[in-house]
Design a protein. Structure first.
Length: 401
């Protein structure tokens, strides 16, 4: 077939990129120009080019990384300009001082002969301007003081955090593709990430992404931790060692067990009984916080929400007795609806009636058997969860009406 018979327009269309590939190519060229402009120190022009790139591809991680780098460099330039400006002001002030005036007007110490000295402005400040800001290599600024000379390295946390976010996106579902590795190499060059920095960040990212995949699977398949083949394949995908897997699995099991344990806040000024209550409830599967005063408990409840409060009435070492403490708790919106149970050795019928009239969920008498206490608390927690579920299901209907 004669190629001359094919219209030139058709020949061109055979080699055209798709719109998406074309956009990537354009953005890549723009970002290369940005990197060159940064190295030349033309930061304003670099910013304008970054805006163009973000308009074409708003989610391009390289554009965001370069934008953060430009911002950091401009801030450092402003700081250096301010140092230069302060130096010029000091120079002008020194030039306006007359050496004779300085030495003539100063009072002389006793027993010392006057010595005529010449004040040199060169001893006050450097007359040479600061060296130009290096944009094509890691930023190091040397400061001279009365103390021994030290190098101060500019914080690179912005570049490192940008790189970490990119790695987390790429490792989200497992090992990197060839294209992702190529893009990552380009970003490492742009952000000047060292091998040591890369290895440290990537190791933490892989562990975190591996753990997150398991957590996502657990929400839909609770027995995933016992599926040996699945975990082996997953470990290989994320390049996780057997030791790292055991550490992560232990962390997840601890979190799961902790979440499943009901949190009980116990308040009693009898420290011996408090220890016994804490040990007994812990053995029966509760997560216990034990305090000896209602004042400590009230301060804690402002930032901590237990599943149930078990409290004595006669709290002699506190500023608030049990009844007052209960009323104060009802003023805290975050805990006012959780079960509240009194456990007291006071058998006065008036006190018992008063406690129940306040609205507490139960009033238990000391001494009490471990089985009775545990059963009562579990019953209260179960009932509370049922009521919470009912109320939660009714809220959308009420809003709709």
């Amino acid at each position: 077939m004669n190629n001359q018979n094919i219209p030139s327009q058709n020949l061109q269309s055979m080699h055209e990129l798709t719109p998406r590939d074309d956009d990537k190519k354009i953005v890549s060229e723009v970002l290369k120009r940005v990197d060159q402009l940064i190295r030349k120190g033309e930061l304003d022009c670099a910013e304008r080019e970054i805006v163009k790139a973000k308009k074409i591809d708003p989610r391009n991680v390289y554009a965001f990384a370069l934008e953060e780098r430009v911002t950091a460099l401009k801030k450092e330039l402003e700081r250096i300009a301010e140092i230069n400006h302060q130096g010029e002001n000091t120079q002008q002030a020194a030039d306006s001082i007359s050496p004779n005036t300085v030495t003539e007007n100063l009072p002389l110490p006793p027993l010392l002969k006057p010595v005529q000295t010449e004040l040199s402005t060169k001893s006050l400040i450097p007359t040479k301007p600061l060296p130009p800001f290096p944009l094509d290599k890691p930023i190091r600024i040397v400061t001279k003081d009365k103390e021994p000379q030290q190098d101060r390295v500019v914080d690179r946390s912005i570049e490192l955090e940008s790189y970490r976010k990119t790695l987390a996106e790429m490792w989200y579902n497992g090992a990197l593709t060839v294209d992702e590795e190529r893009r990552l190499d380009e970003l490492r060059t742009i952000l000047e990430i060292t091998d040591a920095e890369h290895e440290g960040i990537e190791k933490n990212v892989k562990r975190e992404c591996y753990k997150n995949v398991i957590v996502r699977q657990l929400s839909s398949n609770p027995i995933v931790l016992s599926d040996v083949k699945y975990l082996t394949d997953l470990r290989n995908a994320f390049q996780i060692s057997e030791e790292e897997h055991i550490q992560i699995q232990t962390q997840l099991m601890n979190v799961i067990q902790h979440k499943q344990r009901n949190k009980i806040l116990v308040i009693d000024d009898d420290t011996r009984l408090l220890e016994l209550l804490e040990a007994s409830l812990e053995e029966n599967g509760f997560d216990v916080t034990a305090l000896s005063t209602s004042d400590e408990a009230y301060a804690l409840l402002r930032k901590f929400v237990p599943d149930l409060i078990l409290c004595d009435i006669n709290l002699e070492t506190s500023t608030m007795g049990g009844f007052t403490f209960y009323e104060k708790v009802q003023e805290l919106e975050n805990v006012q609806s959780i079960p509240f149970v009194f456990l007291s050795g006071l058998t006065d019928e008036v006190l018992i009636r008063t406690g129940k009239e306040l609205g507490v969920d139960d009033y238990l008498m000391k001494p009490i058997s471990e089985q009775t206490l545990v059963s009562t608390l579990r019953g209260k927690l179960k009932r509370f969860k049922q009521l919470k579920k009912i109320v939660g299901n009714q809220v959308p209907t009420m809003i709709a009406v």
